[in-house]
Design a protein around this ligand. Structure first.
Ligand code: SF4
Length: 51
């Protein structure tokens, strides 16, 4: 499966996840936040996720 070497990802539930070696198969993703002010990585999400 072709993947983007610049985007490592361990979200196996996502339809864009590369099952072979934990990468994303998209050319570009949008990283988002779900807090008004993000202070830790837990405040951020992959906005390109799709189940
Ligand atoms: S779209 Fe986001 S969550 Fe899905 S595989 Fe790519 S980086 Fe991971």
């Amino acid at each position: 499966m072709n993947h983007n070497d610049s985007i490592g990802c361990s979200v196996t539930e996502c339809k864009f996840h590369c099952k072979d070696d934990n990468y994303c198969t998209l050319n570009k993703i949008q990283v988002t936040k779900h807090e008004a002010i993000a202070k830790t990585s837990e405040c951020t999400d992959c906005g390109s996720f799709q189940s």
